[in-house]
Design a binder for this molecule. Sequence first.
Ligand code: IPE
Ligand code: IPE
Ligand code: MG
Length: 251
Amino acid sequence: MSVPKNANHKAIIPPQHVAIIMDGNGRWAQQRFRPRVFGHQAGVKAVRRAVKAAIEHGVKSLTLFAFSSENWSRPENEVNLLMQLFMKVLQREIKLLDKNGVKLKIIGDLSRFSESLQTQINKAEQQTTNNNILTLNVAANYGGCWDITQSAQQLAQQVAKGELKPEQITEQKIAQNLCMAEQGPVDLLIRTGGDLRISNFVLWQAAYAELYFSKELWPDFDETCFENAVIEFSSRQRRFGKTGEQVEANS
Ligand code: IPE
Ligand code: IPE
Ligand code: MG
């Protein structure tokens, strides 16, 4: 297979960490005059495709926004169905993920989930803990503000115990206590569904991410859409505060 090239005819350097706001399931179902949950079910197929595409492109971390801390505000019926779906998918997919070398992590405030779901999450994480082809982070009851807050709380506890001085709280310390601290920052943040916002997803980890907004509704997002995002990513010049000339000189 020839190495894919971007518009600048340079070999594609894949992002190490891709995060996706999987939006548009409800509208996809409504367009078909079906209940919203039908869209969430179709969204599971798109998750499978994204995992496959991430592995094929050599991505090391894929972080998927499955349920936000704000999504509890949805009608109770939809929240319940989403929980059931989450549990079912976890049970059904874990074997295949394990077989493909995927390490699964669920990130978010899990304390609000049922005991049985929490047990199941622990089991699934344990089963795949030694895999290293791809780390799949599924964000459930996750919010970027929550993540930064829980990191601050951990540090505050260390200060209260006298283990840490307030002036020793650095950006690095805050980062070390966030979800996915052991993984690199988000390089590419994709949102499907056409809306142009971050919706309280990975705020700190995506501080310097390239943003990519797709009009496709999540159930329609396929391997080609993923590849297009990766190609677009590799054609961007990431400057991290430097000038374009400085970056060119070092490439
Ligand atoms: C995203 O799709 C999935 C979840 C939030 C669980 P939506 O359900 O938000 O779909 P739209 O935005 O209403 O179309
Ligand atoms: C963001 O989608 C959360 C997930 C994809 C899980 P939403 O559909 O909840 O976002 P808003 O509320 O429209 O910003
Ligand atoms: Mg939405």
